[in-house]
Design a protein around this ligand. Sequence first.
Ligand code: MLT
Ligand code: MN
Ligand code: ZN
Length: 345
Amino acid sequence: MFGFFHHLPCCMHADGRLNDAAKPRRTHENEILKIMKILVLGSAAGGGFPQWNCNCPNCAGVRSGGIKAKARTQSSIAVSSNGTDWVLINASPDILQQIRSNPSLQPARAIRDTGIAAVMVMDAQIDHITGLLMLREGRKKLNLYCTESVWDDLNHGLPLAKVLSHYCGVERHPIEGLSSDQTHFAPIEVPGIEGIRFHPMPLKSKAPPYSPHRNNPGPGDNNGLMIESKATGKKLFYAPGLGEIEPHVLDAMQQADCVLVDGTVWTGDEMITLGLTQKTAADMGHLQLSGPGGMIEVLDGIGTRRKVLIHINNTNPILNEDASERTVLAQHGIEVAYDGMEINL
Ligand code: MLT
Ligand code: MN
Ligand code: ZN
């Protein structure tokens, strides 16, 4: 038995696979493949699916198995050019579960390690920032990319940055350089993430209920992100909270090879109809999917190859895979993101 192994080149397993030391570094492999990977860590809106205290038809149905639907964690994606080093985009309160479910985020190169090289947040909503607290055991300061408005919320409204200074600390990297027409921030390259360029842009949605900017949001409170592969020029546009389609946002959507956009609710009043809240989708800074001016109509108007909805609220009928609304989406060539979905560009 042992003799058999000794006849193999030292870098090979008995089944002919290369052992780790002999593998080309994954960076190198992917440089050759030139693939940008986008991993959907959490595809639900705030509250997740099912939401802990909700018994709406979807939440009750997914709990009991009475409907065909997948449970989903809260809003986050990760991006990598080599499959090992990632930028986390939005830090969901479910981040620990998301890391467990996505082993590529833990490359295990050292006794304490993470594949998360940096975190970039699109806004200061609870579902996009509270995961920062879960990353407090980091050995280095947490690299955090955010706008001035979001940084203000993280130091005042919900001072997580101050709290984290007593743990790993935060190294803030500003999203800044707003263009004079207020449509773009300066592009960003993240050290350690070769081959990807990030183009943040302000867009219209709502600052979080706790924020001092709640009623007077400015450019930077809510943002979208064009993620570009430098190798291929392929682009993904990400905007989980999108209340209004301004011309520069439509432009970005049109230029992208794939859009990953706000699919929070089917109708503007669906949470009111279910007796869950008094707020419309517009009050919360989200554009509804259906009807005139809705996201389906917007997506119909663009030639983008791949159209994917994300940040799906638990009340949204599209979570039920047998629902007629799901058929409507399919007819329009629109996909629904799920946890673990991979988009390779
Ligand atoms: C939103 O986008 O409106 C949020 O998901 C609300 C929340 O985090 O509770
Ligand atoms: Mn949200
Ligand atoms: Zn529900």
